[in-house]
Design a protein around this ligand. Structure first.
Ligand SMILES: NC(=O)C1=CN([C@@H]2O[C@H](COP(=O)(O)OP(=O)(O)OC[C@H]3O[C@@H](n4cnc5c(N)ncnc54)[C@H](O)[C@@H]3O)[C@@H](O)[C@H]2O)C=CC1
Ligand SMILES: [Mg+2]
Ligand SMILES: [Mg+2]
Ligand SMILES: [Mg+2]
Ligand SMILES: [Zn+2]
Length: 479
């Protein structure tokens, strides 16, 4: 049943393949076609992969290692041929050479799809295991690592919080205009090196945290345990260090003087700068920044307009007007906001194309998933269908939730879905989207691999949009 729904697979049978290669090699010899030595070697490498001739493949690889990721006349890689013909040991050997698993053939199938289609489940399992993104399990998303244990129950424990504040092991992060102080290694100014959060101790911020305008946010305690050789651990008196974010309006240049590290600065509030942290620190920045932006923008009570004060380790604002309705019962106006946004990869009814759009503000050539804020009283599925139709005119049927990502710009929660289109005509809403297009799996795979002339540029890997696209491309065409 499953097989009938698959797109046709080009003839990969060994005999056909060998005949074709022989024809090419003969034709090249007879007509003196410029089939280079490398091309001949490539075809021999592919024949060996299709036959399962690992020793021959190893010999050829000692001459040219780059053979490993290339395709021959058929558009198939060695991995695809080995997967097609059930050569487990060849697949295993290719994977151990960190072979690229994402390329697709002219039927938009990866090696994983091919192994699955031809019933070589031991090979498809091996390919899935070797690449998390192909197993249907997404990698951990950027901003999603919870390095700290939030310990929200401690936010109401004033005595405990005060004790933590003066503890010499407590870590403080300094924020100016909702951006954290960071340092960058001077030797390497390339964008690859993450910004590192500057960590302060109590003595370095004591005066600051006592100022009435300073916002102090309890972020949680470290999850990481010290080595068991640590004397406090042995005595049983060890407690994990607490972390606080300090939001201040003090002069940024003066604040920088407090840091002993070199090359400290406050990065500008751009989306790009927020993607420059290590996985460990990105989640901490997301938490602190969203809460601090909320304090910045919601300093007055939204029920009566009076002033408010900070409570619960900086996770609540209480109205100073004792008559205010917000003091009676629990009110969401007193807590930091999170704005849910649906973000969806819309898949064509043929399952081999996806719909991406671009806003005017995107860099040239970049396309991404459609997205939009969920409206009050709206379910995730309905928001997906409404936003897709509003922005592109395409109608959506099935919606499947895949994963989510906090997006602290300033406080969105991106809810990632795959959505199956039931119509294909595109009519964009020019107010929101400049252009929307259907892209083939082949075009997407080329772009993920930064092929020579990709049809589009995808958003960076830290975004949920990128990961949803990658997830879809790695999955079998049947979804
Ligand atoms: N992490 C990722 O991969 C991506 C993240 N995003 C984020 O998703 C957000 C929403 O996507 P859009 O296409 O802009 O949404 P959208 O399609 O709903 O249009 C934005 C408009 O919705 C209105 N709106 C309704 N509720 C709003 C709220 N709570 N805050 C702000 N505006 C609201 C405003 O008029 C705004 O101009 C973006 O602001 C962006 O930060 C968008 C695409 C990719
Ligand atoms: Mg939108
Ligand atoms: Mg919209
Ligand atoms: Mg909208
Ligand atoms: Zn009030």
């Amino acid at each position: 049943m499953q097989r009938n729904r698959e797109p046709p697979v080009p003839e990969p049978l060994l005999s056909t393949f060998l005949t074709k290669v022989k024809e090419i090699l003969n034709a090249a010899t007879m007509a003196s076609l410029p089939l280079t030595a490398k091309e001949q070697m490539m075809e021999r490498f592919l024949i060996a992969a299709a036959r399962g001739d690992l020793p021959q493949m190893r010999i050829l690889l000692t001459h040219i290692l780059s053979l490993i990721n290339q395709t021959g006349y058929s558009g198939w890689t060695a991995l695809m041929l080995a997967a097609r013909n059930g050569h487990y040991n060849v697949v295993e050997a290719l994977l151990s050479q960190s072979f690229d698993k994402l390329p697709v053939n002219s039927s938009s199938q990866t090696a994983y799809d091919i192994a699955k289609f031809w019933g070589h489940s031991h090979i498809s399992n091996l390919l899935a295991k070797a690449d998390n993104s192909c197993s249907g399990v997404l990698p951990e998303l950027y901003f999603c690592r919870e390095t700290l244990d939030r310990q929200s129950d401690k936010r109401t424990d004033k005595t405990w919080l005060e004790a933590q504040q003066s503890d010499p092991n407590t870590v403080y992060l300094l924020f100016s205009n909702v951006n954290p102080m960071v340092s960058r290694c001077e030797l390497d100014k390339s964008s690859e090196v993450p910004n590192k959060l500057c960590r302060f101790r109590y003595d370095g911020v004591k005066d600051l945290i006592q100022k009435p305008k300073t916002k102090l946010i309890f972020l949680g305690v470290e999850k990481k345990k010290p080595p068991s050789s640590c004397s406090q651990v042995q005595e049983g008196s060890w407690e994990p260090p607490a972390w606080f974010a300090v939001g201040t309006d003090e002069d940024a240049t003066e604040l920088l003087k407090r840091c002993r590290e070199n090359n400290c600065f406050f990065p500008k509030s751009t989306n790009r700068n927020l993607l420059k942290y290590s996985e460990e620190e990105a989640g901490i920045v997301a938490h602190a920044r969203s809460v601090l932006v909320w304090h910045d923008r919601y300093s007055f009570c939204s029920t009566c307009g009076s002033g408010t004060s900070l409570e619960e380790g900086g996770h609540k604002r209480r109205c100073l007007n004792s008559e205010c309705r917000s003091l009676k019962g629990v009110h969401n106006t007193c807590y930091p906001r999170v704005d849910p946004v649906v973000i969806m990869l819309v898949v064509h009814p043929d399952r081999n194309q996806c719909l991406l759009g671009r806003k005017k503000s995107f860099p040239v050539g970049m396309f991404s998933c459609l997205a939009g804020f969920i409206e009050p009283g709206e379910a995730i599925e309905d928001a997906v269908r409404r936003e897709v139709e509003e922005e592109s005119g395409v109608k959506v049927g099935l919606v499947r939730y895949i994963c989510s990502q906090p997006w602290p710009m300033p406080s969105n929660l991106m809810i990632g879905c795959l959505a199956i289109a039931t119509s294909t005509n595109i009519k964009v809403d020019q107010n929101e989207i400049e252009e929307a297009r259907w892209f083939t799996r082949q075009q997407i795979a080329e772009s993920l691999h930064r092929g020579a002339n990709p049809a589009l540029m995808l958003p960076p890997s830290q975004t949920i949009a990128h990961q949803l696209i990658r997830y879809w491309i790695c999955k079998n065409a049947n979804l």
